[in-house]
Design a binder for this molecule. Structure first.
Ligand code: MIG
Length: 671
């Protein structure tokens, strides 16, 4: 039996998700042909969803023992059973238990260890997974056209690898992107940024990058710099680099409508923007006021938009984050008119939360107000909505690969599978609450299944005020996530590590990250090269241990580590399950204190300033010998091995080369 089977329904749009095309088993034109797929009962349905659309419904019974994994960036645990999820990229900063849609759409499911399935469509898709104990998986795609892929293999992990192999290699950023990043919406000027850098250096807490949020731009116009706020920008970028700091500017999806804005003018002239009902460029208000959205469904428009990043790479910039690319819309030319300044004023008086409350529905209406040009055909945005952010990432990634001679950092808010080849993602606006830390842990595993390996959450939480305790615990978890970024919202409590009094604990926690970078970097690259998951549920590694099956708050990290982060308030430790004997490692700020711990359940003590992790039996991992202030001063080959194993296979390169190959793996032995 083939390990991967492909079925085509109707005439689906290209999504670019699958890189390796394979022959189609069947082209399914209607209900009578749907029976050829053994894994699901398939019906054609009508009048579904907010648009009373026609669609295809897939149903499959679940056995009690089937865990349903997957769905990337969604709420709830790693086991998706018991809830409804909707793939429909949405800017929802206040996600809670009932939230069904977040910023990305990742339509991959793993049904127990039986098979994996990918519903490849940019349309809205509803997943009812054992809702109300129905014991069925019900998937309703609001389209009559999609590609369906079924993956079989030898257990969960093998099935995921088969899927990953089909969707192509994940994005790999430069080494410095594995360092710690500080960000905040509210850094406005070069002085603000310098202050952050200076305070980190004074506090002796390592730092590799600072994100520049929307205020660096000239009136929020993409690819501009506000010269007053950042005079002599190029000099400033290089001055920062000398200190080991990379600046990472934000790029928003909307291009300001304004004569004289070169990007606007070129886009209009060439027909590179999305169009409205009258076939004119569609106008939607976002941060810069009225904007046009690049129509990244057109290959030429993608190429053009990607080439614009050169404006900033010419200034020495080597990393970007792409925001508002669901796309988020405040209101459009079709909305009840609401002057932008009224809106800004309402922002000043109302809280961020209130203002966002009504936004989702507005955006939904507007998604039926503009069009893309796909192979010469005008296609309503709403039909291909989930692909937009991913294609913007592709545009940026391809552009940057063209422009630069080395690797770059790129991470996006919105995504669709396929975009993982061009950039990483962050998990969007979360809150400074313990629940979102727990969700972060589960999402890391689910996102890795879907190819998003370079990812992480806003550490400490974006909205709301982080407590010292929450930030420390969150940092201790993010120590292990490829993207480690402290980010927070305008108006919230300041969240840099030096804002919480005594910095000793923060120094310890961030220093651990840096001591581990040789391991994290090496395991990350190896995972990408081998279509593996850098972070995994325990069940994937120990499929025969029933105790591992439902563990949601521990993860395997790379080939050799297990983590059990403290994710609850007022805890002085936690319960941890060891599927086999392991080495328990405590980092006290300077030393790694290693002890043997036997398989089974343990109660461990973890003070807020300590990080505890576990090395598998007969494994060893490299840690740096010295502490540094940034990866610029790090020699990833100057390491020693900890753990009871004798050797480790380390991936080593200069941190920027694009020539990433298995030959760069060296075997280290204990002396
Ligand atoms: O409408 O650029 O998710 O990280 O700080 C809000 C300001 C726009 C949303 C992003 C967030 C960023 C913020 N942005």
């Amino acid at each position: 039996m083939a390990a991967v089977k492909k079925y085509v329904f109707g005439k689906p749009y290209d999504t670019y998700a699958i890189e390796k095309d394979i022959p189609t088993e069947s082209v399914i034109g209607g209900p009578s042909e749907a029976g050829v797929i053994k894994e699901f009962k398939i019906d054609y349905v009508s009048n579904i969803g907010p648009d009373n659309a026609d669609g295809i419904r897939f149903e499959r019974a679940l056995a009690d023992e089937d865990i349903v994994y997957g769905l990337g960036e969604t709420m709830h645990g790693m086991n998706k059973r018991g809830h409804e999820y909707i793939s429909y990229n949405t800017d929802d900063p206040h996600h809670k238990d009932t939230t069904r849609s977040l910023y990305g759409s990742h339509n991959f499911l793993l049904i127990g260890d039986k098979f994996g399935v990918f519903f490849d469509t940019p349309s809205r898709v509803v997943f009812n997974i054992d809702v109300n104990d129905s014991k069925i998986v019900e998937v309703i795609a609001e389209t009559d056209s999609l590609r369906l892929y079924i993956f079989t293999g030898d257990g969960c992990y093998d099935i995921v690898k088969k899927f990953r192999n089909m969707i192509g290699k994940s994005f790999i950023p430069p080494l410095w992107a594995f360092g710690f990043c500080q960000s905040r919406w509210g850094y406005k000027t070069a002085e603000d940024v310098s202050e952050v850098v200076d305070k980190y250096r004074q506090a002796n807490i390592p730092l590799d990058s600072v994100c520049m949020d929307i205020d660096y731009m000239d009136r929020y116009i993409d690819f501009t710099i506000n010269e007053k706020r950042f005079p002599n920008f190029t000099d400033y970028v290089f001055e920062m680099k000398k200190k080991g700091i990379h600046l990472v500017p934000i790029i928003d999806a909307g291009v300001k409508v304004e004569p004289g804005n070169e990007v606007y003018e070129e886009g209009v002239k060439n027909g590179f923007f999305c169009t409205n009902h009258e076939n004119k460029p569609f106008k939607a208000a976002v941060w810069p006021g009225m904007t046009h959205f690049p129509d990244v469904f057109q290959p030429e428009a993608r190429k053009w938009f990607g080439s614009k990043y050169k404006k900033l790479t010419d200034c020495g910039i080597e990393g970007f984050w792409n925001d508002m690319n669901e796309p988020a819309i405040f209101y459009s030319e079709y909305s009840k008119k609401q002057p932008f300044w009224d809106w800004v004023l309402s922002f000043l008086s109302k809280s961020w939360a209130e203002r966002h409350a009504s936004k989702e529905s507005n955006a939904y209406k507007d998604y039926k107000n503009f069009y893309h040009l796909i192979n010469g055909e005008r296609v309503l945005h709403q039909k291909v909505h989930n692909l937009y952010g991913g294609l913007l990432t592709q545009a940026a990634g391809e552009g940057l690969s063209e422009i630069m001679d080395r690797r770059f950092l790129l991470f996006s808010r919105s995504s669709y599978i396929g975009a993982h080849r061009y950039g990483g993602i962050w998990t969007g606006d979360n809150n400074s609450c313990w629940e979102h830390l727990a969700v972060n842990v589960c999402q890391m595993a689910s996102l890795n299944m879907c190819g998003f390996v370079y990812t992480g959450a806003d550490t400490g939480g974006f909205g709301g005020n982080a407590s010292r305790e929450l930030l420390l615990r969150w940092l201790a978890f993010s120590d292990f996530t490829p993207l480690m970024r402290d980010h927070s919202c305008l108006g919230t409590r300041k969240q840099e590590c030096y804002q919480f009094g005594d910095t000793e604990a923060f120094r310890k926690v961030v220093n651990l990250r840096y001591r581990l970078i040789p391991y994290i970097y090496s395991e990350f690259v190896k995972a990408v090269l081998n279509d593996e998951m850098y972070m995994r549920p325990l069940h994937f590694d120990y499929p025969d241990d029933p105790k591992c099956k439902y563990i949601d708050d521990q993860l395997m990290v790379g080939g050799d580590l297990m983590i059990a982060p403290v994710i609850t308030k007022d805890a002085d430790g936690r319960k941890v399950y060891l599927p086999e004997d392991m080495t328990v490692v405590r980092f006290d700020g300077t030393n790694f204190i290693c002890n043997e711990m036997q398989a089974g359940e343990h109660e461990i003590t973890v003070p807020g300033h300590e990080v505890v992790f576990f090395i598998k039996k007969n494994h060893a991992i490299p840690v740096t010998v010295n502490t540094v202030q940034s990866t610029m001063d790090m020699d990833i080959t100057d390491v020693r091995l900890i753990g009871d194993g004798e050797s480790y296979c380390q991936y080593v390169d200069d941190g920027i080369t694009r020539d990433i190959r298995p030959e760069n793996i060296v075997v280290l032995h204990k002396p």
